[in-house]
Design a binder for this molecule. Structure first.
Ligand code: 6R9
Length: 664
């Protein structure tokens, strides 16, 4: 794809503008640019009034709030903080006695294609029953529970059941290793783990419970008193008597009715770990009231949700996208949604399109990395090309997780959206909780590769290192001038790190996103260019360079030193390139390949397969300045295979650049 001709294409298409159709504008929840601008003006005029009105309208409060925003202890902002609500009641109970009660809440499609549907009423009963099971084991408001679950109805039920009790969940993606899981269990002080015996992915049965056992065996997990095991498959797994219980055991005899526990608006709904630029992953803490408000609102705004929509967000519940747009947003909005267990390429790369066709999906939301891999597959095989399916049900398509390159944008627009569906390219983060900058389908003219304009009530800016705002056309760092309801509240257990990371003193109180961005000169549209800190984005998954480096140097018998950088990759957006100094002489070719494999497997064990370096290069040293600082800029050029044009005169040891150019 990265041929010179497609590079020319991308320059051409970037200038094209795609306005919404008249019909789309006419029927949209936010209809036309004037409506959008009017909402922005309302927020400009009375910021707290704007958010307060929305919170009263879209959230059911058991105790109404009287204060909208408390900034007295900024940046530890509080929203609606004398109000009380229950998030699960806002997603389920709220719909009882309305036409939504008997509507399908979830269309679940298993890896093997089996389809199960549950209505809102049935889902409420299942959540109530599971909440009672947790309660019967003494789990209560404020406790932390880890989820290590496959994409299943049970995963959604478990998260909602936690929310029902005011129990704080922390979901760990099923692809993370035992070590990563243990880190999170310890950091969060979990009293229980909810998991499954196995997960099914691409026709393969893969263990989950065994990894939980390994994690607990690594030590420090004494807080875990209960492990709940959903029997996803019939294959047995080891069970520790007294600690481990199957779902059927704990659900037996439990009533399906469980009164939702009202919590303060600021009560943590969940903690989700994400990678930062330094050290270990941080537990991003989200609130109940403000978070729920924006999860619900963005369903109406970004996805223009209508009662008859069939919504599908393909993200795993292990990521923030799965939290906001599988578990909370769609249910709070009373949508019918698809939950998919499997992978986009099984049984073939037409799976997504086949599912859209069969379930008559109307709003489809996925990641650029999936789109790019499906483009590639459909170029090789017409049968899996979207043109071989009836995708006319679609009306809006979305993108999330990384910048979408214009080539992928245009393919998605033409072949999936039939040239008819607006693409909502949503820019946001684990920390922002919900969408921040994206087009509105019935208002914003689209420009490929641009996430366009902020949602009403959101105030991004592009600033330099001193927090000074940059004019349009000049790149800089993305920041937010005002807080927003679904924002991160703190880093679990580390408020200092929260302050330092997101509100550095030179930023004048602005929230610092960690991304580079530029606004276009003509429209003031935002284009996010990628991370400017040491965070990698591989297939839309966030990883810290330091995290991968620490994993590598933890292989103490082999590795003396390691430096990790990202390089562009056609398929995964970015790929990990590791530069490694071994505790032995530079290996021969054969030997180097074997060691590289050993290191990749090691990283998979330390973090998870998503963190495996694609490139591994060995050298007798790393390029360093005389003061001993690793010259990462040089490493980035080497990783890209670029000729070194930088000044290397300050380099202590220029000859190692040649060694490090060789990939294994
Ligand atoms: C929701 C999510 C956040 C980082 C973010 C940025 C990148 C996400 C993007 C995008 C360009 C988009 N990112 N969406 N970059 N355009 N539409 O992905 O959260 O996993 O925390 O990642 O992803 O770099 O800072 P998270």
């Amino acid at each position: 794809m990265a041929t010179s001709s497609s590079a020319i294409d991308s320059i051409l298409v970037e200038n094209r503008v795609f306005p919404p159709s008249e019909e789309m504008v006419k029927n949209a929840n936010i209809s036309g640019m004037d409506a959008y601008k009017a909402m922005c003006a309302e927020a400009d005029k009375d910021f707290e009034g704007f958010w307060g009105n929305l919170a009263r309208k879209h959230v059911v409060w058991t105790k109404p709030f009287t204060r909208v925003l408390d900034g007295s202890n900024a940046p530890f902002y509080k929203w609606f903080d004398d109000g009380e609500l229950n998030v699960s009641a806002n997603c389920l109970d709220k719909h009882m006695g309305t036409p939504v009660e008997n509507k399908t809440a979830i269309i679940f499609e298993a890896d093997d294609g089996a389809v199960t549907k549950v209505t809102y009423k049935e889902l409420l009963a299942r959540v109530g029953q599971f909440a009672n099971a947790l309660k019967s084991r003494g789990i209560q408001k404020g406790d932390r529970v880890i989820l290590y679950m496959p994409m299943t109805i049970e995963g959604v039920v478990a998260m909602q059941a936690c929310a029902r009790l005011g129990v704080i969940h922390s979901v760990v993606f099923g692809g993370f290793s035992a070590k990563a899981l243990q880190d999170r269990i310890v950091d969060v002080g979990a009293v229980a783990v909810i998991t499954a015996n196995y997960q099914m992915r691409g026709g393969k049965e893969m263990p989950l419970k065994a990894i939980v056992d390994d994690a607990i065996a690594l030590g420090g997990c004494e807080s875990v008193k209960n492990v709940f095991v959903y029997e996803r498959t019939k294959t047995a797994c080891a069970m520790t008597a007294g600690r481990d219980h199957t779902f059927s055991e704990v659900l037996e005899g439990q009533s399906t009715e469980c009164a939702p526990v009202p919590v303060n608006a600021e009560h943590p709904l969940y903690i989700l770990y994400t990678s930062g630029s330094t050290g270990k992953p941080k537990g991003v803490q989200h609130s109940s009231g403000g978070y729920l408000l924006q999860a619900k609102l963005t369903m109406d705004w970004t996805f223009d949700l209508k009662p008859e929509d069939v919504f599908w967000c393909t993200a795993d519940i292990g990521w923030v996208t799965g939290h906001s747009y599988v578990v909370y947003g769609p249910l709070a909005a009373g949508a019918t949604e698809i939950v998919f267990e499997g992978i986009p390429t099984y049984p073939n790369a037409g799976r997504f399109w086949d599912m859209v066709q069969r379930h008559k999906c109307t709003v489809f939301y996925t990641a650029p990395t999936a789109i790019r891999s499906l483009i590639k597959a459909s170029e090789a095989d017409d049968k899996v090309h979207p043109k071989s399916y009836d995708l006319k049900s679609l009306r809006i398509i979305g993108s999330v997780g990384e910048p979408i390159n214009p080539e992928a944008w245009v393919w998605y627009y033409n072949h999936v959206g039939g040239g008819r569906c607006p693409i909502v390219d949503t820019y946001w983060q684990t920390e922002t909780g919900t969408h921040m900058i994206n087009p509105l389908p019935g208002a914003t003219p689209l420009v490929p590769g641009s996430c366009t304009l902020p949602l009403p009530g959101i105030y991004p800016a592009i600033v330099d290192e001193t927090g000074e705002e940059m004019p349009n056309g000049k790149g800089g760092m993305l920041a937010y001038k005002k807080p927003w309801p679904s924002m991160i509240r703190t880093i679990w257990g580390d408020p200092e790190r929260f302050k330092k990371t997101y509100f550095p003193p030179e930023m004048k109180g602005y929230y610092f996103a960690g991304d580079g961005a530029v606004r276009s000169e003509d429209r003031g549209y935002f284009r996010v260019t990628g991370r400017i800190d040491d965070v990698l984005n591989v297939s839309g998954h966030r990883l810290g360079t330091m995290e991968v480096e620490s994993a590598l140097v933890a292989k103490t018998d082999l590795v003396a030193e390691a430096a990790v950088v990202a390089r562009p990759d056609d398929l995964t957006g970015e790929a990990i390139c590791a530069f490694v100094v071994l505790k032995r002489p530079l290996p021969s070719d054969e030997e180097a390949k074997a060691i590289a494999k050993e290191l990749r497997d090691w990283v998979a064990k330390e973090i998870g397969p998503i963190a495996k370096p694609k490139d591994i290069r060995f050298g007798e040293n790393l390029p360093k300045t005389r003061s001993g600082k690793i010259m990462r800029r040089l490493l980035r050029s080497l990783a890209k295979g670029e000729a070194i044009t930088q000044d290397t005169s300050t380099l202590e040891n220029p000859q190692i650049l040649e060694q490090l150019a060789h990939n294994n």
